[in-house]
Design a protein around this ligand. Structure first.
Ligand code: AMP
Ligand code: GLY
Length: 424
């Protein structure tokens, strides 16, 4: 089989690495890819939003399966474009990717089908939103309706902050048209857990749990980022919580999407808050998480290609997912200054020390090869160092040890990824 992966970050590297393990796969392409992905795939210089070129490429290379990984192309209908050309693609169609693409849609869906989530109101006008805030309890959460690189969520502790937030989202258009409409929702407290799943339209199969660390600095301080590190499984995600979520959240979401005429095929990522009143949905994503994928796929026993195909074919009921009884921790190595200003172009050393046979992985996020074939930094998040271990504690020690193998100028990482585990 020939497989094309659309995307070029750490998540796509983990997907490409896992796809390469499948004995069915003879060739992997990745658009646009990065220097790490180039070790397992042929990278092609086509952007993730260039649907015509992607489809043309897939036809020319006789690609059997395309995996669309990032949110923007999914929300814009990349899978529909491949299907219209008679090609097989993994991921939700545009009418289902709206589960992530519109927070107002997902909140209304949960309300309509009784799926537990924070109480909320939706606003199309800044005046009405501002008036509503006068009567609301603080802290409160503001969310841009549309996609905003994971940054369209503001947690406001005072009325003044909340009003400024509404103005910057709706009037100053901080995230462009994503803020034409906003959701204002109740602030919840608790542990956050990410649970990814495969869905074939009807059947849902849960992957093992994980937890992300979204803030830039230790102790969950600093700005929100794309994710600074993850661990899997989450010790806070107990069997009891899992049973509740299966009954009240997971299958009901899949059934709700089908009932709405928006059959979902692909990955649903459930962002959960474990509150003292039980689990609540914080958000849905319509794709693999980044960097959750970097700790979930190394623990998965199944042939990923079989599972992706079962989702497309609607035969997921015949698949059982299996995960190793171990743990994984991923520490993101970033460029100092991320997510704001940072420099790129520094040579990276130490990458040769990693061997997946020993349970050490280095997934590239923002890297490229220069003229001398050296790997250089090319983004805010540069690498994700993942290590396995018999326990979370062991995996954490291994990941931090491996993070020291890699050197580049301005290297920055959090020191407390998975620290919560030791308190569990
Ligand atoms: P989202 O993009 O919806 O996942 O939001 C980003 C982050 O904001 C989440 O991971 C939470 O940490 C936080 N967040 C979102 N909604 C709420 C809420 N209702 N209460 C508390 N924190 C929230
Ligand atoms: N790690 C969170 C996300 O992928 O959106």
């Amino acid at each position: 089989m020939r497989v094309l992966i659309v995307g070029g970050g750490g998540r796509e590297h983990a997907i490409a690495w896992k796809v390469a393990k499948s004995p069915k796969v003879e060739r992997i392409y990745c658009a646009p890819g990065n220097a790490g992905i180039a070790q397992v795939a042929e990278c092609v210089d086509i952007g993730v939003m260039e649907f015509d070129r992607l489809v043309e490429f897939a036809k020319e290379k006789k690609v059997d399966l395309t995996v669309v990984a990032p949110d923007d192309p999914l929300a814009a209908g990349a899978v529909d474009a491949f299907e219209a050309a008679g090609l097989r693609a993994f991921g939700p169609r545009k009418n289902a990717a709206i589960l992530e693409g519109s927070k107002a849609f997902s909140k209304d869906l949960m309300k309509k089908y009784g799926i537990p989530t924070a109480a909320y109101e939706t606003f199309d006008s800044a005046d009405k939103a501002l008036a509503y805030l006068e009567t609301a309890d603080m802290p409160i959460v503001l969310k841009a309706d549309g996609l905003a690189l994971g940054k369209g969520v503001l947690i406001c502790s005072t009325l003044e902050e909340a009003k400024d937030g509404v103005r910057s989202l709706m009037l100053d258009k901080q995230f462009g048209s994503a803020g034409n409409r906003i959701v204002i929702e109740e602030f919840m407290t608790g542990r956050e857990v990410s649970v990814l799943s495969f869905v074939d339209g009807r059947t849902i199969r849960m992957m093992t749990s994980a937890q992300d660390h979204k803030r830039a600095k230790d102790g969950d301080q600093g700005l929100n980022t794309g994710g600074m590190g993850t661990f899997s499984p989450s010790p806070f995600y107990t069997e009891e919580i899992d049973a509740f979520c299966r009954e009240h959240i997971y299958q009901p979401t899949v059934d709700a999407m089908r009932a709405e005429g928006r059959e979902f095929k692909g990955v649903i990522f459930f962002g959960l808050m474990l509150t003292d009143k039980g689990p609540r949905v914080l958000e849905y994503n319509a794709r693999f998480g980044d960097p959750e994928t970097q700790v979930v796929l190394p623990r998965m026993r199944n042939d990923l290609v079989d599972v992706l195909e079962a989702c497309i074919d609607g035969t997921l009921d015949q698949v059982e997912l299996e995960f190793e009884d171990n743990a994984a921790v991923c520490v993101v190595l970033a460029s100092e200054g991320y997510p704001e200003h940072y420099e790129k172009g520094y040579k990276i050393s130490g990458l040769e020390k990693f061997s997946d046979e020993d349970g050490y992985y280095v997934f590239h996020a923002g890297t490229k090869s220069d003229q001398n074939e050296d790997v250089i930094t090319n983004g805010g998040r540069v690498l994700g160092v993942t290590a396995l271990g018999g326990s979370l504690k062991e995996a954490r020690a291994n990941a931090y040890q491996a993070a020291e193998w890699v050197e580049f100028e301005n290297k920055y990482m959090r020191g407390d990824i998975g620290k919560a585990i030791e308190e569990a």
